[in-house]
Every structure is written in structure tokens, then in C-alpha cells.
Design a binder for this molecule. Sequence first.
Ligand code: CUA
Length: 403
Amino acid sequence: MTSVWIMLVKKSRAILGFAAISIVAASCGTNAPQDTWQPKGPNSKIIDDLQRPVFAVAGIIGLIVAVAVIYTLIKYRDRGQPIPEQTHGKPALEITLTIIPALILAVVAVFTFGAIFKLAKTDDTEMIINVTGQQWWWEYDYPTQNEFGITQPIISSGQLVMPVGTKVLLRETSRDVIHSYWIPALNGKRDAVPGRVQTLRLEADAPGIYAGQCTEFCGLSHANMRMEAVALSKADFAKWVANQQAAYVAPAKDSLAQQGEEVFLNQCVRCHQVNGLMRADGTPAIAAPDENVWSGSAPNLTHLMSRNTFAGASFDLLSKQCRDEVWNAPSDVVGTKYLAGVTEECLNQKDLRSWLRNAPAMLPMYANATQLKATGGKYRGMPYLALTEDDISKLVAYLLTLK
Ligand code: CUA
């Protein structure tokens, strides 16, 4: 029996040791796009400037406590010696040990309040982007802002595109439950709450793509609710704006893409919108969001292929190799690579086709038939459409024209 215990203790020590080493090793990762210790803009720098000294002080105190505990454990462990003299209370020591932490916390509080006020500043905002969270994607809506060439509102999703060196103010809200917007390289977190508008400042120092993640549990696909902020040079941003505002280009007559446009009109426009797309009778094919989508809408797909992701940002529109080329591009060429959009050679056909074939099989959206019934048959997210492989090929050809 004793030998079993010794073995168990040895084994759990090994597991604990391995876990500790793994955690320490994981903290050394260099290719960690969501690392909170690598600020890439003035707002995240404010947080970084606060957290570094606080972590240092906390680390020193933690070390002192750990050493004291280990020393005490070893020095006074039970060797059968008589119980020492019992005493009660040491007011001088107790008061000292209360005052020191209180002082440290007071100093930390002063700097924390300073950082909070700096981050909450909005009066020097240069650009506004409305951000709406829903299960499980983010909508980006750029109101008219002539100084950036935005002469008509732009509605996009999946990737937040912004100019570098510009104080961008996100006005966040939600269409369903609480989500939380977080691009660690650019700022801290801000909840997107239904019925409220909360602001978050973003500013990037250099062109690049910065990854983020919804950080408020919001249902089955919370973990898939990614976000990406794409910072472009001002010249590249102007190009992006011009492209987003470009008029609809109908697919060539008698092409596969034109057949795809027909499928799109029959199947997709109930939820999705492509600006400028007309029905056969010449009326604009505007999505009717409250027909059958729980969230109230689905991503606007105008210029879909200018984005690198689809289904919010749950999946990549670019194949792995092409995606790596854009993401790992040095900051002076990342804009050009990004603006190239998704070409046929770079399209992640596999995931896009699977998504069109059976979206609920790719992303957890509603738990089961009972839950679907409980919502009155309203879908939360892309439903199963029973498309044929032919229709899927037509749709992919059509979607590829949405540059
Ligand atoms: Cu949205 Cu978690």
C-alpha cells in the first residue's frame, strides 16, 4: 500500500512539474498574435506602461512570499520536537503588514485611474466605425466621412480595416447577447451590449493585421468568434475605400458566375445583401433580415473577396499558403498584398464549399432540433440549404466576382 502511495505522489509531482514547465515555455512564444505584451499602438502602450511595473512589483512580492513560505516549511517542519510557546497578537507587525499593501495598492490605483481616463478620451477622435456584435460575427459599418473619401456608408464584416496613425473610435453595440471586442495589440477589451453604445479607441502605429477574439461567452460558437483589424497606410486605405464604394459589376453573360448569381438570388438574398444586385424584375435584392435569421441580419457580402475571411471571421477565405503570405508580409508591402484580395488560385475552396454544403456542420450554431423549435424555427446563423454540388460550384464562381 505504501509503495502505491509513493508511486502516486511521484507521478503527480512529475505531472505538476511538466505542467509548470509547459506554462513557462508557452509564455516564451514569439509568434503569438494575441500576446498582450506586444503593444502596436498608443492605446495598448498605455496599458503596457501600466502593467509592466505592476507585474514587476507583484512578481517581487510573490517571490518574497514564496521564499518565506518554503523557508518556514523546511525550517519548522515536524521532527517530533515539543510544541513551541503559544502567543497571540503582534500589533506592530500586523499594522505594518496592513499599511504596506494598502500603500502599494493606492499607488497602483493612482496610475490605473490615469490610464483609464487616457483610454476613455474621445474628443480627439479622427474616424468613427460602428461595430455590431451578433452570434457569431462582427459587422463594421463606416458612416459617411468625407475626409476619408467615405461618401456613402460602407458595411463590411469579418475584418476591421482602418488607416494607420489615425485615432479610430469604435462605437460598439450588439444585436443579441453581450459580446466583447478585443484586439490585444491595439487596446484592451470592451463589451458590446445590446441597447447600449460603448466606445473603444484603436490606433495602429504600422500597417499590419492584428488578431483578436470575442472575450465574453456568447453561446455555442463563442470560441469561433474571431476578429481581425487590418491597418493600412493612408494611401492604401483610400484605395480600399474606393473599392468598397465601387458599383456592382454583374457577372459576364452566360458564365458560370451568372448562373451563380441566379442561385444567389433564389437562396441567399433572404439574409445576405450584395449592394447593387437587382432581381430579374429590376428591383434591388435587399435582404429581409427578420424573415428567418435570429440575429436580425447576416453579413453583407458586397466585395466579399476583398476580405480574407468568411462566416464572420470564423474561417479563412484564403488558402493557408496565401494567408501566410499576407500575414507575414513586412509592413511596407502588407497593404498591397491585402488589397490584392482573394484570387481564384488563393481561394480556400475546401472550407467555402463545405460551408455552402452544410454550414451547421462546420460551426456550432443551434444545439439540436428541439432548440431550433424553441426559437420558433428561427435560425441563428447560416442554415442547411440542401444545395446541389452544381449550385455550390455556381455560387463559388459568383462569389469570386465580388471583388
Ligand atoms: Cu461573441 Cu463571445
